[in-house]
Design a protein around this ligand. Structure first.
Ligand SMILES: NC(=O)c1ccc[n+]([C@@H]2O[C@H](COP(=O)([O-])OP(=O)(O)OC[C@H]3O[C@@H](n4cnc5c(N)ncnc54)[C@H](O)[C@@H]3O)[C@@H](O)[C@H]2O)c1
Length: 267
């Protein structure tokens, strides 16, 4: 696919910053957007601040964009109004603006919390229907459906990436299964940008020995992860919860009935 202009939303965030550095200079135009400051202007970068819930701003943001990597949004559990604005309204605005702009493809940061209520004893693949474990997970399942709808009806190809735990370190025993190194995240984005497909769901996970996810669709698209969380096992093996729900389901603590983003209630 010929890409003249690539847009990254959420470019000021953790994954956005990683991807910004990775993709810099690769395409004629790299457009970065967030509602937080993206730093001083740099040659070759288009800095376009936008609030995703603002449809007019998002329409303008997508003008001239061939491909978008959509990372912007609320990244963990939150009250309904936060999820609604950033992840529901924001996602509608993004795809609708992409349709108007003639954008060809969107790579969508979905989440393991869209399938959090599968048991850890079960291996699942990209055919597994969502089992959201939170308001946040529900919004990601919704995003996967939005992506499917716009692909079928308007031909915008989409890759929905159910990202596990993407960060440089492995924080606990759960992440021995869910971890994706930032380098592997970039490798998966590269595959998603270059491969030929209409709509796919894949897992954002490294080549972890303990992975719960069959990621053969990602491999078919060209993803070749190089990292494995197992090398952190000695350090984090004992970092587990004493809560049965947390330890039973793939989504971990997000599955608890009392889990919320209220600091007083976080287990
Ligand atoms: N990091 C992970 O392990 C992980 C796992 C699963 C899914 N994800 C998804 O990947 C994406 C990026 O995650 P991250 O870890 O970099 O999170 P992050 O919070 O560091 O980055 C998200 C960015 O989105 C921006 N944003 C939020 N709401 C917005 C709005 N309404 N309008 C404009 N910008 C808005 C924020 O300002 C932030 O810079 C998120 O969509 C998240 O749900 C990440």
């Amino acid at each position: 696919m010929k890409i003249e202009r690539l847009l990254i939303t959420g470019a000021g965030g953790a994954l956005g910053s990683t991807l910004r550095a990775h993709l810099k200079g690769r395409y004629p135009h790299l457009r970065l957007s967030d509602r937080v400051d993206l730093g001083p202007p740099e040659p070759g970068l288009e800095l376009c601040p936008a609030e995703l819930a603002d449809a007019a701003a998002v329409d303008k943001l997508l003008e001239g964009v061939d491909v978008c990597v959509h990372l912007g949004g609320q990244p963990v559990e939150a009250p309904w109004e936060v999820i609604l604005n950033s992840n529901i309204v924001g996602t509608i605005n993004l795809w609708e603006a992409a349709r108007k702009a003639g954008t060809k493809r969107i790579l969508f940061a979905s989440s393991n919390h869209a399938i959090g209520f599968y048991r850890r004893s079960r291996q699942i693949d990209d055919e597994a229907p969502p089992r959201p474990d939170s308001r946040y997970g529900l919004s990601k399942a919704w995003g996967e459906d939005i992506a499917r709808y716009y692909q079928l009806k308007h031909g915008i190809s989409a890759l929905c990436i159910r990202i596990g735990t993407c960060r440089p370190d492995v924080p606990d025993a759960r992440a021995l299964s869910t971890w994706q190194s930032p380098a592997d995240f970039c490798r998966l984005i590269d595959a998603g940008l270059e491969a030929d497909y209409d709509y796919e769901i894949v897992y954002g996970v490294s080549a972890n020995q303990r992975s719960w996810w069959d990621n053969s669709t990602a491999e078919r698209l060209g993803y070749r992860p190089q990292d494995d969380a197992e090398r952190f096992a000695d350090e984090v093996e004992s970092i587990r919860s004493d809560d049965a729900v947390t330890e039973t389901f793939q989504g971990g603590a997000f599955c608890r009935p009392d889990f919320s983003n209220d600091p007083d209630r976080i287990p």
